[in-house]
Design a protein around this ligand. Structure first.
Ligand code: ADP
Length: 408
C-alpha cells in the first residue's frame, strides 16, 4: 500500500502524520519534540496506542532517522519504499508560490531566500526537507505553503498605503498565513452547505495559538488578517495583532530599548491574551480566570472577540455579503464560549446561533436553519489538505508522462 508522510518541521520540533493512500486513513501521527534541547522525546500515536520515549535527539537528521526506524519497528510501514511521497508544510512562499510544488533545487533556493519573511520557520522547514531528501531520495517531495492560498488576494487588499517602491523593490505586501487551513475548511464548509464554493461568500476563522481570518470569495482568498508577517490581525495567544507602528518607537524610548528586535519579541511573545490578561496565553486559562471574576482576563476575552467581529464586519462589507462563518483550530473548534460570544455580536446581521448545536462541538452547522448567515464548526486538517495536493500533483505528472509518450 502507498503511504504519504506529511511533515511540519519547526526549529526544535517535527510533527508528522502518515496517511494510507488512497483511503486517506491516518495510520500514525506524532511529534518529535525538543530537538537539540534537553528533555527531547518522540511520541507516535497509532491504532489507538501511544509510543513515547525520551532520549537525546541532537539534530533534525537524527530525528528523521529515528522516526523512519520507528515507523518500521511499529509495523506502520514494511520498509522505507512504502513511503512514496513526503509533503512538507512551509510557512512563507512569498510571491513565488501560489500552489503546492514538487521540491527541486530551485524551490529549495527560493524557500531559503524567503527566510527573511519567516526567520524562524523557513530555515526550520528547510532542515526537514533536506534530511528527508537524503533519507528518502525516491519519494516524491512536495512543499505546501501557508501563504499560497492568499495569492488570489486582489492588489487593493494586499497593498499597504506606503511608498509603492517598497512593494516593487522589497516585496512589502500582505502575504497572510494559515492558507492551507483556510483552504481546507472553506472547501469542507461548502460541502456541508451543499453549494459550490465558488458561489459562496465565507469568512473562515482559524483561531488557535496563532489566529487569522480569511474572506473567501469566488472560491478564493479575497482578504486575510495576517499581513506582511503573521504578527498582525486579530489578538492572538502571545502576539499583539494590529498595533499602531508608532507605539514601537514610543515604547522603545520609554523602556530604554535600543534593539528593534527586542520590541518585536515583546509584540510576538509577551502580548496578546498573555500580555493583556497577565495570566496565560491559553484561552482555557483566560476563560477560567474571567469566569472567576478576573478583570484583565475579562478584557482579554472581550478584545479577542471584538477583533474577530471587527474583521467580520470589514469582510462583510468588502465582499458585499456573507453566506457563512467558519470556526476552526484549537479555540475555534473547542470553545463554544468564544463561538457564542462572536455569533451573539453578529445577531444584528442575521446570525442565529443554535445553542444546543454550538455546545455539541461537532463538525457542522451551529446556527438555526433560518439563520440568514450560517455559522459552522469545521475541524481543520492541514495534513490531509497537503496529502490531497500531492495526489493532484501525482495525477498531473502522470498526465504529462502519458502526453509525452509517442502515439502508436
Ligand atoms: P496552533 O496555532 O499552535 O496550531 P492550536 O490550533 O492547536 O494552535 O490551538 C491551541 C490553542 O487552542 C490553545 O492555546 C488553547 O488556547 C486553545 N484551546 C484548546 N482547547 C480549548 C478549549 N476547550 N477552550 C478554549 N480554548 C481552547
Amino acid at each position: 500500500m502507498e503511504k504519504t508522510l506529511i511533515i511540519n518541521s519547526g526549529s526544535s520540533s517535527l510533527k508528522f502524520k502518515l496517511f494510507a493512500i488512497p483511503t486517506e486513513d491516518v495510520l500514525a501521527s506524532g511529534l518529535i519534540d525538543r530537538i537539540s534541547i534537553k528533555g527531547s522525546s518522540v511520541t507516535v500515536k497509532y491504532n489507538g496506542q501511544k509510543y513515547h520515549q525520551e532520549l537525546p535527539i541532537p539534530d533534525h537528521a537524527f530525528a528523521v532517522d529515528l522516526l523512519l526506524k520507528l515507523l518500521v519497528e511499529l509495523h506502520l510501514i514494511k520498509d522505507l519504499n512504502e513511503i512514496t511521497a513526503v509533503g512538507h508544510r512551509v510557512v512563507a512562499g512569498g510571491e513565488y508560490f501560489d500552489h503546492s510544488v514538487v521540491i527541486d533545487d530551485d524551490v529549495i533556493q527560493k524557500i531559503a531566500e524567503l527566510s527573511d519573511l519567516a526567520r524562524l520557520h523557513n530555515p526550520a522547514n528547510l532542515l526537514g526537507i533536506k534530511v528527508f531528501k537524503k533519507l528518502l531520495p525516491n519519494a516524491l517531495a512536495v512543499a505546501s505553503f501557508d501563504t499560497a492560498y492568499h495569492h488570489s488576494i486582489p492588489e487593493k487588499n494586499y497593498l499597504y498605503s506606503v511608498p509603492f517602491e517598497w512593494y516593487e523593490k522589497y516585496g512589502v505586501r500582505r502575504y497572510g498565513a494559515h492558507g492551507i487551513s483556510h483552504r481546507y475548511v472553506a472547501r469542507q464548509a461548502a460541502s456541508l452547505m451543499n453549494k459550490p464554493l465558488k458561489e459562496l461568500k465565507l469568512i473562515t476563522c482559524h483561531l488557535g495559538a496563532g489566529s487569522s481570518l480569511c474572506a473567501v470569495k469566488d472560491g478564493k482568498s479575497f482578504d486575510t488578517t495576517m499581513g506582511f508577517t503573521p504578527l498582525t490581525g486579530v489578538t492572538m495567544a502571545t502576539r499583539s495583532g494590529d498595533v499602531d507602528v508608532e507605539l514601537v518607537t514610543y515604547m522603545m524610548k520609554k523602556l530604554n530599548i535600543t534593539d528593534p528586535e527586542e520590541m518585536i519579541s515583546i509584540l510576538t511573545r509577551h502580548s496578546g491574551l498573555l500580555g493583556i490578561s497577565g495570566i496565560s496565553s491559553d484561552m482555557r486559562d483566560v476563560i477560567a480566570a474571567k469566569d472567576a471574576g478576573n478583570k484583565r482576563a475579562q478584557i482579554a476575552v472581550t478584545l479577542f472577540v471584538k477583533n474577530i467581529v471587527r474583521y467580520i464586519g470589514q469582510y462583510y462589507a468588502e465582499m458585499k455579503g456573507l453566506d457563512g462563518i467558519v470556526f476552526t483550530a484549537g479555540i475555534g473548534e473547542n470553545s463554544d464560549v468564544i463561538r457564542k460570544l462572536v455569533c451573539d455580536e453578529l445577531e444584528f446581521m442575521g446570525v442565529k446561533l443554535d445553542d444546543t448545536l454550538n455546545s455539541k462541538g461537532e463538525e457542522g452547522f451551529i446556527t438555526k436553519p433560518d439563520s440568514k448567515i450560517a455559522a459552522l464548526l469545521v475541524p481543520t486538517d492541514e495534513e490531509l489538505m497537503i496529502s490531497r495536493d500531492i495526489e493532484v500533483i501525482k495525477l498531473q505528472e502522470q498526465k504529462e508522462i502519458s502526453s509525452k509518450k509517442p502515439l502508436l
